[in-house]
Write a protein that binds this ligand. Structure first.
Ligand SMILES: [Zn+2]
Length: 256
C-alpha cells in the first residue's frame, strides 16, 4: 500500500488501507443515495424533480457470497486496459449489482477520473473472465475479512487486487463531508481504485483548497473541501505524500 513517510507510523496501519468514505449520514442508514437516471418525466415534471432515495439495508456481517454484475461491451481503449469485476455481497439489500456497477463505471469513465491522462482504460468483465482487480461492495464484517488490516468495520480498503467498499459508508457516507452522498461515493471509488493504481495517501495542500482524491477524506478534511476527482481542469491534482493520525470512528451495526 501506499503512504508512508515520516508521519505517524502507528496510525498508519489503520489509516493506510483505510479511510475512504464520506457523505451525509442518515440515522439508521437511510440516506440520500445515488440516483439512477429517472424514467421519462411526467407532465408534472415542471416542479423540481425529487431524487429517488434508495434504502440500502445490510447485516453487520454477511455470509461472504456475492452477486456479480455482468460484463460491459468492449469500448474504445487507450493505453493500458484494466479489467475489473464487480461483486456485491448478497446480504446487502436495496442496491443491485447492476446499479452499483453503473455507479462505479460512471465514476471510472468520468473525464475527471483516472482515465483522464489517456494512458489507461477500464472495462468491467464477467466474474469468470480474466481480470486485474475486483470492486466489492460488502458488509462491515466481510470488509474486515477481505481487507486483512486493522479490521475497523468502518472504512473501506484496497488489499492487493481487491478494492473493497464498505456498504456502511456507501449507504451513509461520513459525518462532516460537505458534499452530497453521490460525491462521497465518487470519492470512495476513485480513492480505493487509486490505491490499486499504486497511489499512496496525500495531505491537504492548504485551507480551502480541494482535497486530493488520495487524502483520506473519510477520516478528516483538515481544512480542505470535498473533491472526488484525481484530475481537475485536465490536470492531475495531488497533494504531498502523507497521512493524518485521524481516529477511525467506532464500528457500527447492521442497518435495517
Ligand atoms: Zn486510502
Amino acid at each position: 500500500m501506499p503512504v508512508r513517510g515520516p508521519a505517524a507510523q502507528a496510525v498508519l496501519a489503520a489509516a493506510l488501507l483505510a479511510g475512504c468514505t464520506p457523505a451525509t449520514a442518515g440515522p439508521g442508514g437511510a440516506a440520500p443515495a445515488f440516483v439512477p437516471a429517472s424514467p421519462p418525466a411526467s407532465p408534472r415534471a415542471a416542479a423540481a424533480p425529487k431524487p429517488r432515495l434508495e434504502k440500502i439495508t445490510y447485516p453487520a456481517a454477511g455470509a461472504g457470497a456475492f452477486t456479480a454484475a455482468g460484463a460491459e461491451p468492449a469500448g474504445a481503449r487507450h493505453g493500458t486496459l484494466l479489467r475489473y469485476r464487480v461483486l456485491v455481497e448478497k446480504d446487502i439489500k436495496g442496491i443491485s449489482a447492476a446499479t452499483f456497477a453503473d455507479a462505479v463505471r460512471a465514476t471510472l469513465a468520468d473525464p475527471r477520473g483516472w482515465t483522464a491522462g489517456g494512458d489507461r482504460s477500464f472495462r468491467r468483465v464477467d466474474r469468470r473472465q480474466p481480470h486485474d482487480f475486483t470492486v466489492y461492495l460488502v458488509t462491515p464484517g466481510t470488509r474486515d475479512l477481505l481487507c486483512q488490516d486493522a479490521a475497523d468495520g468502518y472504512t473501506s480498503c484496497r488489499n492487493g487486487d481487491k478494492v473493497v467498499l464498505n456498504v456502511a459508508r456507501w449507504a451513509k457516507g461520513v459525518p462532516g463531508y460537505r458534499a452530497g452522498l453521490p460525491v462521497y461515493r465518487q470519492y470512495l471509488v476513485n480513492h480505493e481504485v487509486g490505491h490499486r493504481l499504486g497511489q499512496g495517501h496525500e495531505l491537504c495542500p492548504g485551507k480551502g483548497r480541494p482535497a486530493p482524491v488520495m487524502q483520506q477524506q473519510t477520516l478528516g478534511m483538515h481544512g480542505c473541501t470535498p473533491n472526488p476527482w484525481p484530475y481537475r481542469d485536465g490536470e492531475r491534482y495531488a497533494g504531498a505524500p502523507g497521512a493524518y493520525e485521524d481516529e477511525v470512528p467506532p464500528r457500527e451495526g447492521g442497518s435495517s
